[in-house]
Write a protein that binds this ligand. Structure first.
Ligand code: GRF
Length: 247
């Protein structure tokens, strides 16, 4: 599967995703990286890995609509199926959200719905967590919709807040966990079931709450090498067998 990563600054999450793909923890390839910041380390990291990297912004394109058109053209060019926002500081245009409905995910360094929303990024998040005297924080991976940090939560992990934490110390602890967690969850998202019935109706929600509506399941995963659309019964059988959970 081809995935795109959008990032604005350091691209350390991007690097974790690239490495996760390289060592087969994520069964996908980062086909393109997009940044709104021409000087970002994220673009440099992509280039160093030989991944096509684009600096795109409303300023450069002229306006938000023109930017969205450029983004969609690039995503189409690289046959991108899913998008991961890893420290991307801009809201995506509705046309991108609609085209990739349910297939855009964001990584947030706190336990949403707490400590999310406009302005809640970077050190602001960790400062707010400490100020609120939380005993734990964490990482959330969620679907992206038209409001900051409010799409469906796909997966969360917790990280303790310790007595003498500064925002910087806490940020480092969260980030450390984040690298490992995002590889695990993105792995589940892209490696998992790709299921729809013939009408595109969601058959079931699989482990960790990740649905696969609109996708086909490659039966090759289970041995015979033929890609097909599963019946509900087949899917449930596979889901039970592989996921260990009832659908
Ligand atoms: C992390 O805090 C992540 O949760 C957020 O961006 C930060 C990673 O930045 N979305 P980067 O990958 O080093 O640019």
């Amino acid at each position: 599967m081809n995935i795109a990563v959008f990032a604005s600054h350091g691209g350390s999450d991007l690097q974790a995703i690239i490495d996760g793909c390289k060592n087969n923890q994520i069964n996908a390839r980062v086909s393109v990286v997009i940044s709104n910041n021409g000087n970002s380390m994220a673009l440099q990291r992509a280039e160093a890995e030989g991944i096509p990297a684009y600096h795109l912004s409303a300023n450069k394109s002229g306006n938000e609509e023109a930017l969205a058109t450029e983004i969609l053209d690039i995503l189409a060019k690289y046959n991108v199926e899913m998008i991961f926002l890893a420290g991307y500081m801009r809201m995506l245009h509705i046309s991108v959200l609609e085209k990739y409905n349910n297939r855009i995910f964001n990584i947030h360094p706190a336990l949403l719905p707490k400590f999310g929303g406009k302005g809640m990024h970077g050190m602001n998040v960790h400062t707010a967590v400490i100020k609120a005297k939380e005993s734990e924080t964490g990482v959330t991976i969620h679907r992206v919709n038209a409001e900051y940090d409010s799409g469906e939560i796909v997966a969360q992990t917790t990280v303790p807040v310790l007595k003498n934490d500064t925002p910087e110390i806490l940020a480092a602890r969260v980030l450390d966990r984040e690298y490992e967690f995002l590889v695990e969850v993105i792995g589940d998202i892209v490696n998992g079931y790709k299921v729809s019935d013939k009408n595109g109706t969601l058959l079931c929600t699989n482990i960790k709450g990740i649905d696969r509506s609109g996708y086909h399941i490659p039966i090759s995963q289970y041995g015979d090498g033929i890609e097909t659309i599963l019946t509900k019964e087949q899917y449930q059988a596979n889901c039970y067998k592989v996921g260990g959970e009832e659908c």
